[in-house]
Design a protein around this ligand. Structure first.
Ligand code: SF4
Length: 568
């Protein structure tokens, strides 16, 4: 999609968002690309934004606009998306060797020097690209170098120019995203879901987290007025429900309260879900929680990570594990469901730690199956590169710790598959971890088998038969003779690691002000009117086929695994 705010733009910039891993669901809008596009448009440039995940004509558009482009920006994290980014860059340079290619996103932010192992990239952006993109464009337009541009590494005259990385800039200085202009309608998902950012960074200090590694404990947030302005504008374009993707929406509880009040004052009929740290959630008053729910917040995602206080302290989660159930109970009582994230395979984890985590998950489930949802992640070390960004990894200093090449980082297993060897895990414990993480825990605690395997009803029925046994194993901590896991590996399918895809209908929310905990499927949320004519409501681009929830593939070789995404 081409977009501009002035009649005679200074130049054309192409921004590309490469494909992520498969399956790609839900397909949230590329907000980072939109933020960069907005700042470039405000600086007088025209932008062509290409989303390679959903646009069947992505490569054709790239080929069409490439001859007139000032530069091409490609955003990526490591793993599959990096592999796709490298392939796109190669195609671009084959067609136009003179066009500068800029890499932005999580990968260059953490591994800026590795970017230049590829001969195709000329510039790497460290940190958010919307602040430096106009300066980069102006310099390229004037034929100047990048010396002095904060957060920019550049290949110039055969050497690498490394500017200071700087700190996370104040998000209040960003320009508002012109939602209609960037084509946000095409990214509105079923039930009116759209994603939104209201803050950046995180005050937490979890040492496994990319956000902490990039800029420790910094957090910057939009004021309440701008947040609600965005919600109102998006509602006007057909959105009904907001997935607020901030890593810590609740870092400032007074801001949380101000947003809630403003939503109610303006009479917005919205539903939204946020992320919050346990420490901040516990700091909220009952009145603030009540307002939060009343304004439409129906779910809070919370990173618990471990049921073992030892492991929680090791990763600096800064929470008391034995307060988690009480925290969840309080929010559920007010009608806010908790989505609890747990991480498995943390370095030094033992079977005893694992069992403590499973016991905590069971304790939360006992609050009511509709009250809590789970996401399970496998700890993913970030080895080698320019710097060992992962403190836990650094402390391990195992024999097989190694510097990885750019290609190896692109091939690093971050998808939802089993790796060949979890080399950061003790060999005697690893088989137990595999049995629990890749089979027993998802089956016993997470998934609705009928929904998860709707396209494989026979297998779903078989799993339903196995489920009581899986639950018994998890409660009794008995993982020997794992014949069911063997059957699943041999004839079945990989298990999902989240209770749901997070874009459910409004009927699934909890009612406000529950005075007791029970298993309940509420229907008190105001039903929303249907989407306006012309709004796709399914995340499609015009002319593109409707994306469907991808079918799960058959059993595949052990070659990858899920990762904890930046932030959780
Ligand atoms: S894991 Fe979550 S809470 Fe911890 S530093 Fe990262 S974003 Fe913050």
């Amino acid at each position: 999609m081409r977009m501009k705010l002035v009649d005679e733009p200074k130049g054309l910039v192409i921004l590309v968002f490469p494909k992520l891993q498969d399956p790609q669901w839900p397909l949230w809008s590329p907000l980072d690309i939109f933020a960069i596009a907005s700042s470039l448009m405000h600086a007088g440039y025209e932008v062509c934004a290409i989303d390679d995940r959903v646009d069947p004509e992505a490569r054709a558009k790239l080929a069409r606009d490439l001859p007139g482009a000032l530069f091409v920006g490609i955003g990526t994290k490591f793993g599959d998306q990096l592999r796709n980014a490298l392939a796109i860059a190669q195609e671009i340079k084959a067609a136009r060797p003179d066009v500068p290619i800029v890499m932005g996103g999580w990968f260059p932010s953490l591994f800026p020097d590795s970017v230049f192992e590829s001969p195709h990239f000329d510039i790497a952006i460290v940190g958010p690209g919307d602040f430096c993109a106009p300066e980069v464009a102006d310099r390229l337009l004037a034929g100047e170098g990048m010396e002095g541009v904060t957060g920019v590494y550049a290949r110039e005259n055969g050497a690498i120019v490394r500017n200071p990385k700087g700190h996370l800039p104040d998000i209040r200085k960003t320009v508002a995203i012109p939602w209609a202009k960037v084509g946000i309608r095409h990214f509105i998902l079923q039930h009116g879901w759209i994603n939104l950012f209201t803050s950046r960074g995180c005050p937490g200090e979890c040492n496994f987290c990319a956000i902490y590694c990039l800029d420790p404990r910094r957090w910057t947030a939009l004021p309440a007025e701008r947040v609600v302005d965005d919600m109102e504008a998006l509602q006007g374009l057909g959105a009904r429900a907001f997935k607020v993707m901030d890593t810590d929406y609740c870092a400032d509880v007074r801001r949380v309260e101000a947003i809630s009040r403003l939503i109610l004052e303006r009479g917005l009929r919205v539903r939204y879900e946020v992320l919050g740290r346990q420490k901040n959630l516990r700091a909220m008053t009952d009145e603030q929680v009540r307002l939060l729910r009343k304004s439409g917040c129906t779910e809070i995602e919370m990173g618990v990570e471990a049921g073992s206080q030892r492991l929680s302290d090791l990763i600096r989660k800064n929470l008391q594990v034995n307060e988690t159930a009480e925290t969840v109970r309080r929010f559920v009582t007010y009608g806010i469901r908790i989505k609890a994230n747990f991480m498995f395979g943390i370095p030094t984890e033992t079977e005893e730690d694992l069992n403590e985590t499973l016991d905590l998950m069971n304790e939360l489930l006992d609050l009511g199956h509709d009250a809590v949802r789970f996401q399970m992640f496998r700890y993913t070390p970030v080895p080698g590169g320019d710097s060992a960004v992962d403190d836990v990894w650094k402390e391990l200093s195992r024999e097989d710790q190694q510097e990885l090449s750019l290609k190896e980082l692109a091939d690093f297993p971050v998808t939802d598959m089993e790796p060949d060897r979890m080399f950061w895990i003790d060999e005697s414990y690893e088989p137990v971890l595999r049995r629990v993480y890749y089979f027993y825990a998802p089956l016993a605690l997470l998934i609705d088998v009928d929904k998860a395997f709707a396209d494989k009803p026979l297998w779903a029925r078989f799993l339903m038969l196995l489920r009581p046994l899986a639950r018994w194993r998890i409660r009794r901590h008995f993982y020997r003779f794992p014949f069911e896991k063997w059957l699943n590996d041999r004839f079945g399918h990989p298990m999902p690691h989240a209770t749901d895809d997070g874009i459910g209908p409004h009927e699934e929310v909890l009612p406000e002000n529950r005075d007791h905990i029970e298993t309940f499927m509420g229907d008190t949320f105001n039903p929303r009117p249907p989407l306006e004519p012309g709004v796709s409501g399914n995340g499609t681009l015009p002319g593109a086929p409707s994306p469907k929830r991808p079918k799960r593939e058959g059993s595949r070789p052990l070659e990858g695994a899920s990762s904890t995404p930046p932030g959780e």
